[in-house]
Design a protein around this ligand. Structure first.
Ligand code: FAD
Length: 743
């Protein structure tokens, strides 16, 4: 173990920016290091809890920079943005303001897997993010590069941290049981290990001197910057990323990486890549397939959606079209012929450990040699620029080879590259060294979030930022009363954010982790359309959501949805009438005919439960029948009868449409899922017999790795078993069935 003594020098000077914001040299409750997507959410979440917060970042003018693709959202990722928004975060609102092309992906599939996606104007995104942060209550923006961390005097860190052996990470509580706010510290052994406490950070000034800034909690969100190395062909140079508008490279974060290594954090190397930026003036757009934006579009922000507002550029119709080109055999030949010019990496024996689900063009051609082409969307980077982002075409070949490769594709025969694509390889911290609040297990008050934890993507980074920032803020505020805050944790059954963090901290990751809907067991319930209904109340309870308008919109939406479901439940019509009025075969489908006897009535809810029947078509028939009833009543009233005049429903507005449809369509699945969740919660406490033999004879479906870990740890309950890294949910369910049969 190591000990660290610190001086008590107080912060005297913080390099302030004359460009954007003022800075101050005070002590803070929370310091967030890094102004990327995790940092922006972390600092605003901490500030919302009431903590006096500083965002400390290398360069104030790069706050909110979209380092790679100019887009936000997508399948799984769009769910995360809606959840960030539901917790009061900034990403959804900024993406709405900066969006210039919107699509709801998977629109034709069920609401559970629909994901909102928006193409961003890079400048609008960055400027709007900076504008949001500069006016944020409790938040100070400070420019500077953090070199080191300060711990309490005499603090000791056990440098042999538990996660080095992944079979020993039993000290975490399970996210499901924790999600209701249980206490964080799960064992005395863990308490003993957490000897060190963060006290602040050391900032390196331009003249080489250093300044100390004190903080009760610190959140590190340094993205791809830790010992970052940029690569282009065989050229390697230090840097976190390229500055967008110049030839300059942003410096890597070396001091902080050394600090983390010194404190015993397990560091690994990951890589990611960004494609070349093309000159749109040199693209033959007519040779590409056009993909226009949706208009009207579904906004990311729940409040905007509730108010029926369109994202500003949709309302003004200042939208851009995207286009599609495609690789071909000629492209693939060049990709493989010039493979020897690609960089050699530090990780994976020189091959680099990159994102499996966002692979380079070389990886795609290598992995799918039989495919005759791969689509590439050509995405304009803004309203006032000719730069075009060729999605899916990263590959850090030397610039002249990159150009040759592009020129084989339709529309790109004469394309010119403005900036070549490059890769970056960087340190990340094994996220198994974190608890579910994203606090490090060994240094209390120190949190990590974003790409530093092994993820890739703005949305994954932002999602972690909210949780880390909220917990840091809560811990700092509670400390004034000598209290410890109950942890703000989302379970796997509550949100994609819960799935993301649970996957990271219990299983770790060996490659950049990206979110998919398939990672969520409870995806029927965890939809993009209902993130506010799932999370905003919890956000209020934990002090992360304070915005009255947001709370009011959730309450109003819940009432409107309930009313509409009741209308459809109580409205009944003969089966034959449904089919006749529909005028299509949909409502006369087999299912209905088989069940529908002459004289039998079905409710609107039942009819909508049938596959392929849409809410719109059911509501149309309900309104039609109600209108006829109303006209009859009006005629009777005119004839002097004392009758009640019934009202006629309007079609559900976009603010509730998806949620009403999904609530009814998924009713039976959701209730089954709720039962599953309930039985899993109960199962947590079920004891596993100590004599159980962990071998292939008694547990044939478990993997060798799982059996080894189980037999070493011998968990006494399912809560413990679920915390073993590498245990899949399926294996746990299987183990549960085996054990309960034996009891
Ligand atoms: P970042 O957005 O990287 O922000 C880090 C911030 O920390 C920066 O503001 C930086 O200035 C600041 N900082 C760093 N060190 C210090 C320090 N010591 N002191 C103060 N401030 C510091 N994502 C994908 O989804 N798919 C891709 O294919 C993809 N490719 C990428 C390719 C490249 C070349 C790069 C650079 C990024 C790529 N990304 C990709 C990643 C995407 O940019 C990140 O997922 C996302 O930005 C991570 O957010 P973050 O907040 O963790 O870090």
């Amino acid at each position: 173990s190591q000990s660290f003594s610190t001086t008590t020098r107080k912060a005297s000077l913080i390099r302030s920016s004359s460009r954007l914001f003022a800075s101050s040299a005070e002590e803070y409750d929370v310091v967030v290091i890094g102004g990327g997507h995790a940092g922006c959410e972390a600092c605003t979440a901490a500030a919302r809890t009431g903590a006096k917060t500083a965002l400390l970042t290398q360069n104030l003018s790069t706050i909110g920079e979209l380092s790679c693709n100019p887009s936000i959202g997508g399948i799984g990722k769009g769910h995360l943005v809606r959840e960030i928004d539901a917790l009061g975060g900034v990403m959804g609102d900024v993406a709405d303001k900066a969006g210039i092309h919107f699509r709801m992906l998977n629109r034709r599939k069920g609401p559970a897997v629909r994901g909102p996606r928006g193409q961003m104007d890079r400048d609008l995104y960055k400027n709007n993010m900076q504008a949001s942060l500069s006016n944020y209550e409790n938040l100070h923006l400070v420019e500077g590069s953090v070199e080191d961390l300060l711990l309490d005097e005499g603090d000791q860190i056990d440098s042999v941290v538990s996660f080095v052996d992944p079979t020993e990470d039993l000290t975490l509580l399970n996210s499901l049981s924790n999600s209701k706010g249980a206490s964080l510290s799960s064992s005395d052994a863990n308490k003993d290990k957490r000897k060190a406490r963060i006290r602040g950070v050391v900032v390196k000034n331009e003249d080489g001197s250093t300044t100390e800034i004190m903080a009760k909690c610190v959140v590190i969100t340094t993205g791809t910057f830790l010992r970052g190395v940029l690569m282009l062909g065989k050229d390697r140079y230090s840097g976190g990323r390229h500055l967008r508008d110049s030839e300059e490279v942003e410096p890597p974060s070396v001091g902080l990486a050394n600090t983390l290594a010194r404190f015993g954090f397990p560091l690994g190397r990951l890589k990611t890549g960004t494609p070349a930026r093309l000159d749109g003036k040199t693209i033959d757009w007519d040779a590409c397939t056009i993909q226009p934006s949706e208009n009207p579009a579904a906004p990311f922000s729940h409040i905007r959606q509730f108010l029926g507002e369109q994202p500003p550029n949709v309302a003004k119709n200042t939208l851009i079209d995207c286009y599609m080109s495609r690789t071909n055999e000629e492209t693939h030949k060049l990709v493989m012929d010039y493979a020897h010019t690609l960089p050699e990496y530090d990780g994976m024996d020189g091959k680099g450990n990159g994102p499996r689900y966002c692979p380079s063009i070389y990886k795609k051609v290598e992995r799918f040699p039989d495919r005759n082409g791969h689509n590439s969307f050509l995405e304009p980077e803004g309203l006032n620029t000719d730069l075009v982002y060729p999605n899916g075409m990263s590959g850090p070949y030397p610039p002249e080879i990159q150009e040759m490769i592009f020129r084989t594709m339709p529309g790109l025969a004469n394309v010119e590259i403005v900036r070549p694509g490059y890769d970056v390889e960087y340190d990340y911290v094994n996220p198994q060294s974190l608890t579910h609040t994203l606090e490090t297990k060994t240094i209390s008050g120190l949190f990590l979030a974003g790409q530093i934890c092994g993820t890739t993507g703005y949305e994954e980074a932002g999602a972690q930022g909210v949780i880390a920032g909220a917990n840091a803020g809560r811990a700092a505020v509670a400390s004034y009363d000598g209290d410890s805050a109950s942890p703000f944790i989302l379970g796997r059954d509550e949100g994609y954010i819960g799935v993301l963090i649970d996957d990271l901290v219990t299983r770790g990751t060996q490659e950049p982790y990206r979110m998919f809907t398939s990672r969520a067991e409870y995806r029927i319930s965890l939809r993009a359309d209902n993130a506010d209904l799932r999370l905003t109340r919890k956000g209020v309870e934990y002090g992360v959501v304070r915005d009255e308008e947001r709370i009011a919109s959730v309450e109003a939406r819940e009432m409107l949805i309930e009313d509409r479901v009741n209308v459809l439940r109580n409205f009944k019509l003969f089966v034959t009438d449904w089919a006749e009025r529909d005028g299509t075969d949909l409502m006369a489908g087999d299912a209905m005919n088989r069940k529908g006897r002459e004289g039998h009535k079905k409710s609107g809810e039942e009819v909508l439960g049938m596959p392929h029947v849409t809410l719109e078509s059911v509501e149309k028939i309900v309104a039609e029948v109600q209108q006829e009833e109303r006209e009859r009543a009006l005629a009777a009233a005119a004839a002097g009868d004392d009758v009640e005049i019934p009202s006629v429903i309007q079609g559900s507005p976009p603010s509730i449409y998806d949620t009403v449809e999904a609530t009814i369509k998924y009713k039976s699945y959701v209730s089954r899922q709720h039962k599953d969740m309930e039985s899993w919660r109960k199962a947590q406490g079920v004891r596993i017999p100590p004599e159980l033999e962990y071998n292939h004879e008694s547990l044939p479906t478990l993997s060798k790795e799982e059996l080894e870990k189980l037999s070493k740890i011998r968990p006494s309950t399912f809560a413990e078993a679920s915390q073993i890294s590498g245990m899949t949910p399926q294996s746990l369910v299987y183990l549960y069935h085996v054990v309960t049969k034996r009891i």
